[in-house]
Ligand binder design. Sequence first.
Ligand SMILES: C[S@@+](CC[C@H](N)C(=O)[O-])C[C@H]1O[C@@H](n2cnc3c(N)ncnc32)[C@H](O)[C@@H]1O
Length: 315
Amino acid sequence: MSSSAPGPATADGEELLPAPSSLDQVKGWFFAVDQLLFDWFLTRQNSMAEPGDVLEMGAYMGKSAIFTGSYLRPGERYTVCDLFDAPAEDFANHAEMTKSYSTLTRRAFEANYLSFHDELPVVLQGLSSMVPDHVRSDSCRFVHVDASHLYEHVHGDIGTARSVLKPYGVVVLDDFRAEHCPGVAAAAWQAVTSGGLHILCITGTKLYGTWGDPSPVREELKAWLESRDDLWHGVESVAGETLIRISGKKAKYPAQPPSRHPAPVAAPKPEPAPAPVPAAKKAAASSRPPLRRFAANVLPPFITKAALSATKRRD
Ligand SMILES: C[S@@+](CC[C@H](N)C(=O)[O-])C[C@H]1O[C@@H](n2cnc3c(N)ncnc32)[C@H](O)[C@@H]1O
């Protein structure tokens, strides 16, 4: 039983694969404020020479995966895990897949990803509970948890993130305060109140945290936020945790990964059609002898008059 409906097809039934010319054209949910924060955390890790692999659970069509893949350094492994068009195992997860991701295929993800990168990440197709069998403990610097939004799955994925992250690693939990998925909120706050997770910051959709020492990175983040006029932030204390709350309604997108597909060139505008000539005028014009017609159509009036009287004289 597959959870996905067939995608668009050509006349001979072949699957039409996407060829996006910009990240904007890749379907998904990855807003400007979170792109800015991914950029900030990953660039900071790169500049501090904090090595490590990267993991995403829940890739959908690849929007956040494509963006994240641009920050990998040589030798680092990028793993993405998604069910894609494989069946979910429990009823609730199956219902979630059918409702929200019914046109998803692995081939569409891969075509999107390869529009921006030369190589695919390591792709694990199946339940995110398989990740610990494929990603080593203490090997990652950045983990994005964005697969199932049901409590049991998210709780498991947070546990996986904790075990694969290095001490300085950063975890990002998607939709931790969205109206439609209270299970993510429950799993996220449980990790904070009894699982040792420290919150670094929150946006409208994502929570950024670490199981390492949060203070240095939080202070640097605060300083960076103070320099931005497109991001509002405030510092709050929640359940004994200091966190930075960020509002990114006016956030400006960071540099986007370039696509190998050129943007479609806008077709030239067609010349406006000549105004229709009333039928009576048309008939009169075509009954005139050739010189009269030429003169009437092309020459300025005073030359027309002279030419016509010369013709008359000759007649
Ligand atoms: C919200 S989407 C991911 C969005 C993506 N990160 C982006 O930014 O566009 C959630 C994805 O999780 C996948 N998914 C749902 N349940 C899953 C599970 N139990 N294990 C692995 N992947 C799952 C779905 O197939 C879907 O592609």
